[in-house]
Design a protein around this ligand. Structure first.
Ligand code: SF4
Length: 253
């Protein structure tokens, strides 16, 4: 049975829940479109004023973004800053990274627990040179064929580097979206096909990067797994779980 996304003590049964659950039924019209547009607009606006600063967010260089996505896989962003800066300053393009001393790079990465990423990145540089003329491909399958690049990293690269309107769903952003839309937790978010499909229609064509990064940052700042800080969250008025929480607190005073 699917688990609830609500923190303990909060029910998800409401007309709004059932309305939003229809988001996965085409076409996206009327109030469903309005709900997803309002959510997207709020996330984008919040991100533009409050989003976290990381060096890979300041570049449009597709190779540097690809490096960041390989490093960020299942790793907290702050841990990735030092290796990212080291790599893009020492090896700014596939040609230079392909000539890197892999053992030296492994030693550099060892204290960070990222030794295998060194191998993936050097192999990736070789593949880019051999199969893609040194360019980062703009095709999902081509990207996924590269060492160390799964579907998540490929979609993130396409969105961040080339502004493709694709969802980027990990546990953090998935948790925000599930709670905001009143969707059930059916396991790891990155494997939840229904969630990814719904996210694909909520992500705005105009600002996909800011929307995806905004969800990630709201997840990190407010939407904690056990104790979401709903009363401070910018999505409170757009979120089913948050609205229920605020309603219950109002009844208690
Ligand atoms: S209001 Fe914000 S913190 Fe609370 S459940 Fe919704 S998205 Fe998460």
């Amino acid at each position: 049975m699917a688990a609830s996304l609500a923190p303990s003590g909060f029910s998800q049964s409401s007309e709004l829940v059932s309305t939003v659950l229809q988001l996965d039924q085409r076409p996206k019209t009327g109030c469903k479109r309005k709900i997803s547009q309002e959510l997207a607009t709020t996330v984008v606006s919040w991100f533009r004023c409050n989003g976290r600063d990381f060096p890979w967010r300041d570049t449009k260089n597709p190779f540097h973004i690809l490096i960041a996505e390989v490093l960020l896989r299942q790793t907290q962003a702050p841990r990735v800053v030092a290796p990212y800066v080291h790599l893009v300053t020492t090896y700014p393009d596939p040609a230079s990274l392909a000539t890197a001393d892999v053992d030296g790079l492994r030693q550099w990465f060892r204290p960070l627990g990222l030794v295998r990423r060194a191998d993936s990145l050097v192999e990736c540089a070789h593949r880019l040179l051999r199969d893609f003329r040194g360019q980062v491909p703009q095709d999902l399958r081509d990207l996924q064929s590269l060492p160390g690049i799964g579907r998540y990293s490929a979609q993130a690269t396409l969105c961040m580097a080339f502004n493709y309107s694709l969802p980027i769903i990990d546990e953090s952003s998935g948790r925000v979206l599930r709670r905001a839309l009143g969707l059930s937790d059916t396991g790891p978010a990155y494997r939840d096909i229904r969630l990814i499909e719904i996210a694909g229609r909520v992500v705005p064509d105009s600002h996909p990067r800011d929307f995806n990064l905004g969800l990630l940052d709201i997840g990190a700042a407010y939407c904690h797994p056990r104790t979401p800080d709903c009363l401070e969250c910018p999505l409170l008025e757009r979120c089913i779980v948050g609205s229920q929480k605020a309603g219950i607190m109002r009844l208690q005073v």
